[in-house]
Ligand binder design. Structure first.
Ligand code: ZN
Length: 310
C-alpha cells in the first residue's frame, strides 16, 4: 500500500516539476508572453542561484563546494527539493508583482486645466536617443518613443530606464516597412515581434502603434485590435530637412494645447538641440505628457485612430 502511495506521490511531484521547469523556460520556448520586467534567461540563472544559496546550509549540499559540478548535476540536485523550488518560484513571482504594482502607482501629477502637449520621437532607439532622454530628465519632462523593434534588444536597459522615468514606449513596427506594401502575415509579424521585444525590455506592452510613415490599412486595423494608432498633428519634418532652426520654427508660435508633435530621435540635429524645444514648451506653460496621458485628458480624435470600441 505504502509503495503504491509513494509511486503516486512521485508522479504528482514529477508533474509539478515539469510545470515549474516549463515556466522557467525562455519566452520563445513557452510561446507565451512573460509579464515580467527582466530577461527570462537572467531570471532562470537568478532562480538557480537563489535555490542553491538556500541549499547550502543543508548537509546534502556539500557537493556544491566542488567547483567542477555540472549544470546537469545542479539541476538534478534541485529537483530533489521540490518544496524549495516552489518557494523560490513563489518568492520571485511576488517580487515581480510588486515591481509591476510600483510602476502602476508611480502616476505623475498632471493639471488638466493647464495646457499640455505630447512630444513623440520616432525611429529609435539609436545612439542619439541617450541625448534626448538626458534632456527630458534634466527638465523633469517625459515623452513617447515610437521604437523600431529590431533595435530594442540592444537598448533594453535604456528603454527600461525611460519607462521608469515616466516615458511611454510605442510600437513603430519591427523594421520600418510600408505596412501597405506587405502581406497580412508580415504586418502581423512586424507588430507582434515588436510588442514582445518592448514587453521583454520594459515589462510594459505598448498601448499605441504608430505605423511607419503613417501608412495604415485594413491589415494593421485587424492586428492592432483594441489598441490605438497614434498619429500626430504637428509635423516638424525634421527627418527631411535635418535643420534645427526649421524644426524649432515649425513649433514656435504654432503649438496649441492638446497637440501631438512629431520629431525623430535618430536625427542628429534634433537629438542635439531638443533641450531648446523642451525649454520653450515648458516656458510657454505646457505640461509635457505621454500619449496615454494626453488621451486621458484631451479630445484627440484627430490624432489618434481607434478602430475597435474599448
Ligand atoms: Zn518612422
Amino acid at each position: 500500500m505504502m509503495r503504491i502511495k509513494g509511486g503516486y506521490l512521485r508522479i504528482v511531484v514529477a508533474g509539478i516539476m515539469l510545470l515549474l521547469v516549463f515556466s522557467m523556460l525562455p519566452i520563445e520556448a513557452q510561446g507565451l508572453g512573460f509579464q515580467g520586467n527582466r530577461d527570462p534567461m537572467r531570471l532562470e540563472t537568478e532562480f538557480v542561484e537563489r535555490a542553491l544559496h538556500r541549499l547550502r546550509p543543508m548537509k546534502d549540499s556539500l557537493s556544491l563546494e566542488i567547483p567542477w559540478i555540472s549544470q546537469k548535476q545542479i539541476n538534478r540536485m534541485l529537483l530533489n527539493h521540490p518544496r524549495l523550488i516552489i518557494s523560490v518560484h513563489r518568492e520571485m513571482l511576488e517580487e515581480e508583482r510588486l515591481y509591476q504594482e510600483s510602476l502602476k502607482h508611480r502616476e505623475r501629477i498632471i493639471d488638466p486645466n493647464k495646457p499640455m502637449v505630447a512630444l513623440t520621437f520616432d525611429d529609435g532607439p539609436r545612439p542619439t536617443t541617450d541625448r534626448v532622454f538626458a534632456a527630458l530628465k534634466k527638465h523633469n519632462a517625459v515623452a513617447t518613443f515610437f521604437v523600431i523593434g529590431m533595435y530594442v534588444h540592444g537598448r533594453r536597459d535604456l528603454l527600461k530606464q525611460m519607462v521608469e522615468a515616466g516615458n511611454e514606449i510605442g510600437n513603430h513596427s519591427w523594421s520600418h516597412l510600408n505596412l501597405r506594401e506587405i502581406t497580412f502575415q508580415e504586418v502581423e509579424s512586424q507588430i507582434i515581434r515588436t510588442d514582445e521585444a518592448i514587453l521583454r525590455a520594459t515589462g510594459v506592452r505598448p498601448a499605441f502603434v504608430r505605423p511607419p510613415m503613417g501608412m495604415l490599412d485594413g491589415a494593421l486595423k485587424t492586428v492592432v485590435g483594441q489598441r490605438q494608432i497614434a498619429m500626430w498633428n504637428l509635423d516638424t519634418l525634421d527627418w527631411k530637412h535635418k535643420d534645427w532652426q526649421k524644426t524649432m520654427a515649425s513649433v514656435v508660435g504654432h503649438v496649441r494645447d492638446g497637440d501631438v508633435i512629431l520629431v525623430h530621435d535618430l536625427v542628429e540635429s534634433t537629438a542635439t538641440n531638443i533641450e531648446e524645444m523642451i525649454v520653450y514648451l515648458i516656458g510657454e506653460g505646457y505640461q509635457l505628457v505621454t500619449m496615454s496621458e494626453l488621451v486621458k485628458y484631451r479630445n484627440v480624435t484627430s490624432k489618434v485612430v481607434r478602430f475597435a470600441r474599448p
